[in-house]
Design a protein around this ligand. Structure first.
Ligand code: GLN
Length: 483
C-alpha cells in the first residue's frame, strides 16, 4: 500500500479496497521500522492518526467522499498542531505543545486527512541540508550518506521513502523546492498569500509560504486544493478565488512559451544537471512548448539581498523567544538580562544565532540604509525582471539546484557554501512568485530537479506542465532502494 500516490489512495478508499485505518496502521508500522535509518520524523502521532483514520472511515460509511478524506499526511514541525509538540526542530521549542492548529493543519484535518506525525527540519527552517536540527540530521533515502536538502528535509525524505504519501513543507528561500529536487519529489511553493501562514511559526514573514510536497504533480494539485484559500487570520492572505487545480492538469502544452534565463545556466551549475535540464526542455518541446532565451539581469544579486532580508525578519520574529512566555528557560537566572541571554544562548543553535546577529546588525541604526534598504531595492528590481520576462513567456524553466545532494557534513563549517545552494530558488520568494520543482532524472543515483516559475496565481499552469511531463517520463515513479 505504501507505493500508492494520494490520487490512488483516494480511489482505493472510495471503492473500499482498503480502509483509512488499515492504510494508517500499515504506514505507522513502516515508519517504525524504516525511519530510524532516515530520522525524518520528530514526532509520530500514532494515537491521533488512528483516531482520525477511524473518524474518516465513519464519515465515508455515512456517505461522505472527498479526495483527502482518510488520506495520510505528515506536517513539517513548524505547523502548530493542537496538543502535539511543535518544535521547529529547536531546543527552544522542545517543550512546546501547540495550543491550537495552524490554518493549514485545521483545513486538512477538516477535509479528513490523517496526521501521521511531525517531520524533521532545519532549526527554525534555516538551512538547506537539514543538518541544523536539534533532533539530528535527516538522511537522503536515495543515498543515506547524503543530505536530503532543507529546510523541509524530513518531509522530503519521508515522502520519497514512501513512509507517507504527501507532506506539508514551507519555502522561505527554497525549502520546498530544493529538498524536493534532492529527493526526486514534486514540490510547489505557491504565490505569496495563497496559503495561510497563520499558525506556521515564522522565519521571515514576507518570504515564508507553505505548500505541498508529493511524488506527483497530480498529488500536489489535490493537496494544494486543501491548503489554499483566504484566511482572515493572516493579514497577508489574499482574497482570490481558488481554482480547481486538478481540472487544469491535462491542458495541452501546444504553444506554451517557456523562457530559459541565461543567468540560470552560467558558472556554478553542475554540467550533469545542465544536461538533464536540457533533456527536460527537449521533452517539453515534443509536447508542443516553444522555448525562448531570456535574461533576468538582477538575479545575480538575489543571494546577497535574501541573506540580509531573511535574517533581518528572523531577528525580529525570533525576539519573542525570551524564556519568559514559552519555550526554553535557563535554570536559576540571576536577573532578567541573564534570563534572556542564557535562555536564548542555550535554546538556539549556532545557525539561528548567526542569523539573528546578522539580522539585528542589518537593521541597526546606521546600517539600515546601507544593508536592509538596499536589499529591499534589489528585491524590487528582481520582481521587475520577472514582470518584464513574463510579458514574453508563460513560464520560466531552469535547474532547481546548482549541485546534487552533497555528503552529510560536507558543507557543515561553511555557511556561505550552503547559502549558495539557494541561488535559483530564492528569487521566487523575493518576488512572491509561485515555483515548482519536479523530478527530471538522476546523476550517480542522485536525483535532479527542474524548476518551473509562473506569474502570480498561476499554480495551475505549473501543475499542468509538470503533470504533462510526468505522463511522458517515469522519474517520479522510481523508488529509492530499500524503500
Ligand atoms: N536555505 C534557505 C535559508 O536557509 C531557505 C530556507 C527556507 O526556505 N526555509 O534561509
Amino acid at each position: 500500500m505504501h507505493h500508492l500516490t494520494l490520487a490512488e489512495i483516494a480511489r482505493g478508499l472510495a471503492d473500499k479496497s482498503f480502509s483509512s485505518e488499515e492504510l494508517t496502521a500499515a504506514l505507522l508500522q513502516r515508519i517504525r521500522s524504516l525511519d530510524p535509518q532516515l530520522n525524518s520524523f520528530i514526532t509520530v502521532t500514532d494515537e491521533l492518526a488512528l483516531q482520525q483514520a477511524r473518524a474518516a472511515d465513519a464519515r465515508r460509511a455515512a456517505g461522505e467522499n472527498g479526495a483527502l478524506l482518510g488520506a495520510p499526511i505528515a506536517h513539517k514541525d513548524l505547523f502548530c498542531t493542537q496538543g502535539v509538540r511543535t518544535s521547529c526542530a529547536s531546543k527552544m521549542l522542545d517543550n512546546f505543545t501547540a495550543p491550537y492548529d495552524a490554518t493549514v493543519v485545521a483545513k486538512l484535518a477538516e477535509a479528513g486527512m490523517v496526521t501521521l506525525g511531525k517531520t524533521n527540519m532545519d532549526e527554525f527552517a534555516m538551512g538547506s541540508a537539514n543538518e541544523s536540527s536539534h533532533y539530528g540530521a535527516v538522511k537522503n533515502p536515495w543515498n543515506l550518506e547524503h543530505v536530503p536538502g532543507g529546510s523541509s528535509g524530513g518531509s522530503a525524505a519521508a515522502v520519497a521513502a514512501r513512509l507517507v504519501p504527501v507532506a506539508t513543507g514551507t519555502d522561505t528561500g527554497g525549502s520546498i523546492r530544493q529538498p524536493a529536487a534532492l529527493t526526486s519529489l514534486t514540490g510547489l511553493k505557491p504565490t505569496y498569500g495563497r496559503v495561510s501562514r497563520w499558525g506556521m511559526i515564522a522565519y521571515a514573514s514576507s518570504l515564508d509560504q507553505g505548500g505541498p510536497m508529493a511524488r506527483t504533480a497530480e498529488d500536489c494539485a489535490l493537496l494544494l486544493q486543501g491548503m489554499a484559500g483566504f484566511d482572515a487570520k493572516d493579514s497577508t492572505s489574499i482574497d482570490e478565488p481558488v481554482p480547481d487545480y486538478s481540472a487544469s492538469l491535462n491542458h495541452p502544452l501546444e504553444g506554451l512559451r517557456i523562457g530559459l534565463p541565461k543567468e540560470y545556466f552560467g558558472a556554478g551549475l553542475d554540467p550533469r544537471i545542465a544536461e538533464q535540464v536540457q533533456a527536460t526542455v527537449d521533452e517539453l518541446k515534443k509536447l508542443g512548448a516553444v522555448v525562448k532565451d531570456i535574461s533576468l539581469p538582477n538575479v545575480q544579486h538575489a543571494i546577497a539581498a535574501y541573506y540580509v532580508i531573511a535574517p533581518a525578519e528572523a531577528s525580529s520574529n525570533l525576539s519573542r523567544f525570551d524564556g519568559v512566555r514559552f519555550g526554553h528557560r535557563c535554570d536559576n537566572p540571576k536577573d532578567l538580562t541573564d534570563l534572556y541571554k542564557r535562555s536564548r544562548g542555550e535554546g538556539f543553535g549556532p545557525e539561528v544565532q548567526r542569523r539573528i546577529m546578522v539580522g539585528a546588525y542589518a537593521l541597526s541604526a546606521g546600517y539600515y540604509d546601507a544593508y536592509y534598504l538596499k536589499a529591499q531595492k534589489i528585491r524590487r528590481l528582481i520582481k521587475n525582471d520577472f514582470m518584464a520576462a513574463f510579458e514574453g513567456v508563460d513560464l520560466i524553466l531552469g535547474p532547481t539546484t546548482p549541485n546534487l545532494a552533497w555528503k552529510l557534513g560536507a558543507k557543515g563549517n561553511d555557511p556561505i557554501a550552503a547559502y549558495l545552494e539557494d541561488v535559483y530558488t530564492i528569487t521566487a520568494n523575493l518576488a512572491g512568485l509561485p515555483g515548482l520543482s519536479m523530478p527530471a532524472g538522476f546523476v550517480d543515483g542522485l536525483p535532479v530537479g527542474v524548476q518551473l516559475l509562473a506569474p502570480y496565481f498561476q499554480e495551475g499552469r505549473l501543475l499542468n506542465v509538470a503533470h504533462r511531463y510526468q505522463q511522458v517520463t517515469d522519474w517520479h515513479t522510481r523508488a529509492p532502494n530499500g524503500f
